[in-house]
Design a protein around this ligand. Structure first.
Ligand code: SAH
Length: 497
């Protein structure tokens, strides 16, 4: 799936301003992982006169099916094979729209800290989507984009170029041109209208889709002649949601456009962060969390690691600490939770970070219960307060993914010491420290687990107490430092190396 955005410019208004607006430097090719594939942003052309940004989405069709299953795909009667062999990887569609919003979120909101005057300025734009599934044909494509100020060129794509008699496919090649729109408007048009034209069942439709639609439609959807069709198709013809959206659009029109929608999201995320911080402090662990971070930093220093994985990085506190320390030149935060990663990215100010810093850090979404080649070849990996969040039967999968497949030279694992729980004044007897902990281990249990894992995968292991080491019950947090054996290769991977 592929889409290009081209700006044209003059020496006074260079086309390369596009790079500032998109928050992506024209000299860099960048890749962003998502749970259904990888989004690449690159600039085939970047001069004062013309600058083109390309968004290429490489869809992992298998991951898509797996992910869809977990969420319930709304009962599409697909044959088993059609789930794997379909047009998702090639045609611009809902997934491309989701990638647009993930990769260009600031541009979509019209934010640009480096050049605050830019987002409000219309610029000469050309958008090209070579393969767009268009249910409703060329007429509908024009009917959707022309009222928004675009000049539309739409060419049907033949089913098979060698056999014109077979007629056209349901795909079109779309070119949009306008000099009147801002980039934020252009992106928000695409974000809504690509899935509308695709009109496939989106398995992610949920009630917050109404919010997303209204946010992206701000300033144009309330007055669009095809508002009803757009709304109902975007919401996958869910009538209750469609009605809610149409009613709210009417209210918006009555109240006149408001800037508060974006602010609301920002506030919501800020509140969540505060709530999480408060949760942490219940564990008395504001200071324990700091001690844990210090212990991890000390162990990383001792190992000499420069390239570090923070597995289950949560909201990015450790990533932030690592970034401040120039001994670490590559830091990768991994988490399964997109919400956590969003908060982490805000905490780190990834969007407005200087290029040198940005080159040192990456946040990726992934599950530690699966092997992942993106995680191979690092000096060290940290699992800070993560293992106890996995169901015990899933733990061997994590062990293999980390110690068997990713195989960093050093692995640090911290986890609560359940023996210490009697020392927490506020913790009722027999309760774990956090609602989401699936287990909490004694020192003996942790030691037995760690020694077994180390033995199986060719590591040595040492234990360090973190926090006050109580003579009777031990410390609140226990840490294991695994170091890969260099002398005697014991695993297949090592022998091969
Ligand atoms: N490391 C951080 C956060 C610990 S909370 C700290 O020390 O403060 C546990 C984190 O692990 C959560 O962010 C959760 O989303 C993540 N997590 C749980 N199971 C995971 C899995 N299977 N794969 C990746 N991350 C996971």
């Amino acid at each position: 799936m592929f889409l290009t955005i081209t700006a044209t410019g003059t020496p006074e208004r260079p086309a390369t301003d596009l790079g500032y607006l998109l928050h992506k430097h024209p000299d860099n090719a960048q890749a962003f992982s998502t749970s259904y594939g990888t989004a690449h942003v690159l600039y085939p052309e970047a001069s004062v006169e013309r600058c083109t940004a390309a968004l290429l989405l490489e869809v992992d069709a298998v991951a898509l099916v797996r992910r869809g299953k977990g969420k319930g795909r709304g009962g599409a009667p697909d044959a088993a094979l059609a789930q794997y062999v379909n047009d998702r990887p090639y045609a611009a569609s809902s997934l491309l729209a989701v990638a647009l919003s993930a990769v260009f979120s600031s541009a979509m909101k019209g934010q640009c800290n480096a050049r605050p005057e830019l987002p409000a300025r219309p610029l000469p734009l050309r958008v090209e989507v070579p393969a767009l599934p268009a249910r409703g044909g060329a007429d509908l494509v024009r009917g959707l984009f022309e009222p928004l100020g675009w000049t539309v060129t739409v060419e049907p794509v033949a089913l098979d170029a060698e056999f014109p008699a077979w007629g056209d496919s349901r795909y079109v090649c779309l070119v949009l041109e306008s000099a009147r729109l801002t980039l934020s408007e252009a992106l928000r048009h695409l974000y809504v209208l690509l899935p509308v034209l695709d009109d496939a069942k989106h398995y992610w439709v949920s009630s917050d889709e109404v919010d997303k639609l209204l946010r992206a439609g701000e300033g144009w959807l309330p007055d669009h002649p095809e508002q009803k069709l757009i709304t109902s198709r975007y919401l996958s013809r869910r009538w209750s949601l469609t009605r809610e959206a149409l009613e709210r659009l009417e209210l918006v029109r009555l109240a006149e456009a408001d800037d508060s929608a974006i602010e609301e999201i920002d506030n919501a995320v800020a509140e969540e962060t505060e709530a999480d911080d408060a949760e942490n402090s219940q564990e008395k662990s504001v200071s324990l969390a700091v001690q844990r971070r210090d212990a991890i930093l000390a162990a990383l220093h001792a190992s000499g690691a420069a390239r570090v994985l923070d597995l289950g990085c949560g909201q990015g506190q450790l990533v932030q600490a690592l970034l401040k320390d120039m001994r670490f030149d590559e830091i990768v935060g991994v988490d399964v939770s997109m919400r956590a990663l969003t908060v982490a990215s805000r905490r780190l100010k990834l969007d407005s970070m200087g290029e040198r810093q940005a080159a040192r850090v990456k946040l990726i979404q992934g599950s530690l219960a699966y092997t992942d080649k993106r995680l191979k070849g690092y000096d060290a990996a940290v699992l800070s307060e993560v293992i106890e969040h996995l169901d015990l039967p899933r733990l061997p999968a994590l062990e293999y993914a980390v110690f068997g497949s990713a195989r960093p030279k050093t692995v640090l694992v911290t986890t609560p010491n359940v023996e210490y729980n009697v020392r927490w004044e506020t913790l009722p007897a027999g309760h774990s420290r956090h609602g989401d902990h699936r287990f909490e281990w004694t020192r003996e249990e942790f030691r037995a687990w760690a020694e077994r894992v180390a033995g199986r995968h060719g590591y040595g292991v040492e234990f360090t107490p973190v926090g006050p080491d109580d003579p009777e019950v031990g410390p609140p947090t226990q840490m294991a430092t695994f170091s890969m054996n260099t002398a005697t290769p014991t695993t297949k991977e090592e022998k091969a190396a």
